[in-house]
Design a protein around this ligand. Structure first.
Ligand SMILES: Cc1cc2nc3c(=O)[nH]c(=O)nc-3n(C[C@H](O)[C@H](O)[C@H](O)COP(=O)(O)O)c2cc1C
Length: 350
């Protein structure tokens, strides 16, 4: 059930695989005999130095993958000075996450139908010291994800006969969950009320965004944009960055490939407006391709949870090393020494 929650996508998963196909089909032009001995994969995000060219996309209930997943992600973010996205539906409270990440945390807001409770969350994030708010806008309704539905995945967690059988068949996961306690929606409960994952957010509109822009004084990132017109409108409203994303293919199965939307959106908003990207990045060359398609910074999600589910913190560290090394080697093959040297012209037809 947990694997299907993490790995699953909307509908038949065609949108997710289309994006992977399009990323894989992109070709990078090698160049030779440039001295590429001294390379760096560091970048800046909102004028802050980041040691890696990718951050951690917000994910709900990360501790389902492994009981200490949130802590390890926060530690990773602090070590590499990259942002960890802290989901509204996180399994560790937003206050604890920013502390463990030593400030390298961005709060992700799922606007709820209840404006007061959303405003209360925004206020809490501000008081906890967050300076960047990521508002996710591609979930007016939660996408239908058949693999989750088939397994009876619910948030908060519900145990029925099929879950008992599932857990019995996966003793390593179950024993560890028993020892560390059931993961909770840590930003909710008690005086903070309940989180209803499948609640409709269909009432959110441009007026709401305008209000949030006016009330949030820090950086405001809008996540889940695939339309150039929407991105241009956000830019004109004073949004600080747009995160091009299909939610990892978890929302509209028939959406266009986000990697191609990224290029269109870059053309529409011009070269200076900050664009972030997530969805379907799986290796260092993918990261380089996303930068060549117009991203200023990228985020990853599922691979991090899988690394921790397989090998705990060691798995996450190893994944970080592999991605860094692959990205640096890709730069060398392109004949360049930094992420800032990546140009759209490096993408070629095969
Ligand atoms: C298990 C899981 C939970 C997620 N929860 C959230 C969330 O709470 N908020 C959000 O904005 N995006 C959420 N996402 C979407 C990711 O932030 C991201 O957009 C997407 O997964 C990136 O694609 P990738 O997994 O292919 O790297 C979630 C994704 C996964 C896999």
């Amino acid at each position: 059930m947990v694997f299907d929650y993490i790995d699953g996508a909307a509908g038949e998963g065609l949108g997710e695989s289309l994006n992977r196909d399009r990323i894989q089909a992109l070709r990078l032009q090698p160049r030779v005999l440039n001295n590429v001995e001294h390379r760096s994969i560091a970048v800046t995000v909102f004028d802050q130095p980041a040691k890696l060219p990718f951050g951690i996309s917000p994910m709900g209930m990360c501790n389902l993958s492994s009981p200490h997943a949130d802590k390890w992600l926060a530690t990773f973010a602090a070590k590499h000075s990259v942002p960890v996205g802290v989901s509204t539906a996180a399994s560790t409270s937003l206050e604890t996450m920013i502390e463990m990440a030593q400030g390298h945390a961005w709060f992700q807001l799922y606007f709820s139908g209840n404006e007061d409770s959303s405003n209360a969350l925004i206020k809490r994030a501000e008081e906890a010291g967050y300076d960047t708010l990521v508002m996710t806008v591609d979930v007016p309704e939660v996408g239908r994800r058949p693999r989750e539905l088939r397994r009876g995945f619910k948030m908060p967690f519900k145990m029925g006969p099929s879950q008992v059988i599932d857990f019995a068949l996966h003793p390593r996961w179950s024993v560890s969950a028993l020892l560390h306690g059931r993961p909770e929606l840590a930003n909710f409960g008690g005086k903070y009320g309940a989180f209803e994952r499948t609640a409709s957010r269909a009432g959110a509109d441009w007026t709401l965004l305008e209000k949030i822009r006016q009330s949030w004084k820090g950086k405001l990132v809008i996540k889940g944009v695939l339309s150039a017109d929407d991105a241009v409108r956000m830019k004109s409203m004073g949004i600080d960055a747009v995160q091009v994303s299909s939610h990892g293919g978890r929302q509209l199965d028939s959406a266009p490939a986000p990697i191609e939307c990224l290029q269109k959106i870059r053309h529409a908003v011009g070269s200076d407006f900050p664009l972030f990207f997530d969805s379907g990045l799986r290796c260092g060359e993918d990261i380089v391709k996303a930068y060549a398609m117009g991203a200023d910074f990228v985020f990853m999600a599922r691979p991090l949870l899988f690394a921790m589910a397989a090998e705990g913190e060691k798995g996450l560290v190893q994944l970080g090393d592999v991605l860094s090394s692959e990205t640096s080697i890709a730069l060398a093959q392109l004949g360049i020494c930094s992420m800032q040297d990546i140009r759209p012209e490096m993408l070629v037809a095969s």
